[in-house]
Design a protein around this ligand. Structure first.
Ligand code: NAP
Length: 453
């Protein structure tokens, strides 16, 4: 059982007791800190195993790692809580590639970037916490600021980052393609990854949103995404999952009709509670889009499309796609003439296949999307802060249990998001504005927690 070291414990106590920014800045920083990481010399440990048999509990270690120096544009963050993302799963099962290659390539970019090349990869792409120190070039943030972190890691001096920073040639996902991620007691982030912590949420509720919420915002709402309009119908795969659960909320907020696909009656009930009336339980209805490894079944696409028409009376304007190989053929088939399939992932396999005749003859569009730029992340965080989008926290783990939590996400056992307590000593801490919380409504904020298994 590992716990924070003595200097980190002093930081934790100071934060919990409401220390000022100056008091926090005066506390000594530890030489090392507790973190979740995978090891370079273990990347071959699952060779020969099926993906489902690769167990993150074996590859994810919790232990002390050396605190890196701070670059001028970075801050040290005391991480109060973090979350499991699907990229935590990818890193911990070394699929589709071990992530050390990302760190080694980053290390070649500059003197500061060289710090990222280590024999341990400290992972995690979400965090809520308190700023401890700022680098000499940081202007807008100071010790004591309570923040959340988005994972867009970009060198903003590179001109390719200036318009849409997701198009930057050096764009990376913090804690996946960089080191020093959020599943730790302390993290190192660029100052332009920081956003104000929503004042009505706990540390763990604040920590689960940035990656998935911003991704769904770009996919559906942003000009860079599917540009959803009022009245649009949107088919959402994995509608109670990490990105799907935010997707459903964006469609409802935007005056559209979500059609949510899930795989159990409990998830269907959760969707109804969220306000999504058109629900397809893919397990109960037994869709099987692939006859065998090489052949898709068009009659199953038709049955699926027919079910959508039965539910909402039309073909969807947009399909929110991420399962990839297992569903892309059906998604392209089901979207309406002229409609858009927007994809950001391929959980079930990245070599996707669809019938191009249905695609071109009906003038459909396939749009790629990946995380979110600074402006999109900020806009998505603002909606959480306004109480218009609710956090999807359903289950909370300790940092020690990171492997367990990643395994549960890998096995599709979690609805919404799994939060991870890092320095926060217990659940329920960190609410700065209880009146605002009451105004927005405890019941609404905790929908996924109430439905948690
Ligand atoms: P998640 O919380 O595990 O949710 C995924 C949902 O997809 C599950 O709840 C499951 O719902 C559904 N699903 C899984 N396999 C499926 C299949 N074969 N066919 C149909 N539905 C399936 O994961 P997440 O956080 O939402 O992430 C989903 C994917 O998006 C991951 O691959 C992740 O890496 C990726 N992602 C990409 C970005 C980006 O920026 N590009 C950002 C976030 C996530 P049911 O079983 O209930 O149907």
């Amino acid at each position: 059982m590992s716990s924070p070291n003595s200097e980190t414990l002093a930081i934790q106590q100071a934060i919990v007791q409401g220390a000022s920014g100056d008091e926090l800045a005066a506390l000594p920083l530890p030489e090392s800190y507790r973190a979740a990481f995978v090891k370079r010399d273990e990347v071959a440990m699952f060779e020969g195993l099926e993906s489902n048999d690769k167990d993150p509990r074996k590859s994810l270690h919790i232990g002390e790692v050396a605190l890196p120096d701070l670059a001028p544009d970075e801050v040290y963050l005391a991480v109060m809580a973090s979350s499991i993302n699907f990229n935590t799963v990818w890193t911990s099962i070394f699929e589709p590639l071990p992530t050390f290659g990302f760190l080694d390539r980053l290390a070649r970019e500059s003197e500061w970037a060289a710090r990222h090349k280590r024999d341990e990869h400290i992972i995690g792409s979400d965090a809520s916490g308190v700023v401890l120190r700022v680098g000499s070039a940081v202007r807008n943030w100071k010790p004591g600021d309570r923040v959340t972190v988005h994972c867009n890691h970009v060198d903003d001096q590179d001109p390719s980052a200036h318009d849409d920073s997701m198009l930057a040639t050096n764009q990376r996902i913090w804690g996946f393609e960089t080191n020093f991620g959020g599943l730790a007691d302390i993290s190192v982030v660029k100052a332009n990854q920081l956003m104000p912590k929503p004042s009505h949420l706990t540390w763990e509720e604040s920590s689960v949103n940035a990656l998935c919420n911003s991704t769904s915002y770009r996919m559906l709402v942003s000009d860079n995404g599917a540009r959803m309009k009022q009245g649009d119908s949107v088919l959402i795969w994995g509608a109670t999952g990490g990105i799907g659960g935010y997707g459903v909320q964006y469609v409802l907020n935007g005056g559209g009709t979500p059609i949510g696909v899930v795989s159990s009656p409990e998830r269907a009930a959760l969707l109804n509670d969220l306000g999504c009336e058109a629900v397809i339980d893919r397990s109960a209805e037994g869709y099987s889009f692939w006859k065998d490894e090489h052949t898709q079944d068009e009659s199953e696409w038709r049955r699926f499309g027919g079910r959508i028409r039965e539910l909402i009376g039309e073909d969807p304007d947009i399909v929110f796609e991420h399962p990839g190989r297992s569903t892309m053929g059906a998604s392209i088939f089901a979207v309406r003439r002229g409609g858009t399939v927007v994809t950001c992932a391929a959980t079930s396999g990245y070599m996707v296949e669809f019938d191009n005749r249905h695609f071109w003859m009906k003038l459909k569009r396939l749009l790629s999307s990946h995380f979110a730029n600074y402006a999109e992340s900020w806009a998505a965080n603002r909606l959480i802060d306004q109480g218009r989008i609710q956090p999807l926290l359903s289950k909370v783990y300790t940092l020690e249990e990171t492997g367990e939590a990643a395994r549960a996400v890998h096995r599709n056992e979690i609805e919404g998001k799994a939060g991870v307590l890092c320095l926060s000593p217990s659940e329920g801490l960190g609410i700065d504005d209880p009146e605002k919380r009451e105004r927005i409504g405890e019941h609404k904020i905790t929908t996924f927690q109430r439905h948690a298994r």
